[in-house]
Design a protein around this ligand. Structure first.
Ligand code: FMN
Length: 191
């Protein structure tokens, strides 16, 4: 086995980071906004809860706090430029829907818009907001979950482009899911 070298503590964040990223949509007083987010995770099965860490400086943080709703929209590789833009520019400075060409559609469970070009959506109600470090953790209930059948059938379908959602590796590096493998338990014969 090759030898291991010490890494900085902040490398832990990037080792943990590559869950799928999402385009987080919010809407306040008829103004829609979209922000790229990678720091998300499921945190409870019963009740069903997910969480997302959002820095207080983000317009998204302001809209999530004011409306107590948001939607996670899952993009694939063809939306990479829009994803990077939504993560580099604030809605305070630019209308990111106009700049990216992403199409907002009316939300169903909440007023936060859905992004038409994305393959799946989780419409969320905020249940708690916890300040932990320099990001606030928004704990949320998934109210309505929809997905392109081709892209998600209980798991992401990585055999087709629609199911290969994007992951953020750090800085300007992204990856898409590759091959799916099935985990098995060692059989008694192998003992
Ligand atoms: C790939 C990627 C992932 C990001 N993930 C997060 C995140 O999880 N939480 C966060 O607060 N900001 C995150 N950001 C930064 C915001 O997307 C960025 O500051 C954005 O401009 C905020 O937009 P807003 O002010 O319109 O809300 C990420 C940026 C990129 C490029």
């Amino acid at each position: 086995m090759s030898s291991k070298v010490f890494r900085q503590s902040r490398d832990a964040l990037r080792m943990l980071a590559p869950g799928p990223l999402a385009l987080v949509t919010t809407m306040y007083k008829d103004q829609p906004n979209v922000m790229t987010a990678a720091w998300m995770q499921p945190i409870s099965l019963s009740p069903m809860l997910i969480s997302i860490a959002v820095q207080p400086s983000r317009l998204t943080h302001e809209f999530m706090t004011k409306t107590e709703v948001f939607t996670l929209n899952f993009p694939t590789l063809e939306l990479l430029t829009a994803v990077h833009l939504a993560g580099m520019v604030s809605g305070r400075d630019q209308d990111k829907f106009e700049a990216s060409g992403l199409t907002p559609e009316p939300g169903v469970a909440t007023e936060a818009p859905l992004i038409a070009e994305c393959v799946a959506h989780i419409e969320c109600n905020v249940r708690d907001r916890v300040t932990i470090g320099d990001h606030d953790l928004f704990v949320a209930t998934p109210m309505r979950v929809t997905a392109d059948e081709e892209a998600f059938n209980g798991v992401w379908v990585t055999e087709v482009d629609a199911g290969r959602v994007l992951h953020h590796l750090g800085a300007d590096r992204y990856a898409a899911l590759g091959k799916t493998y099935q985990g098995t338990l060692p059989s008694e014969d192998d003992d």
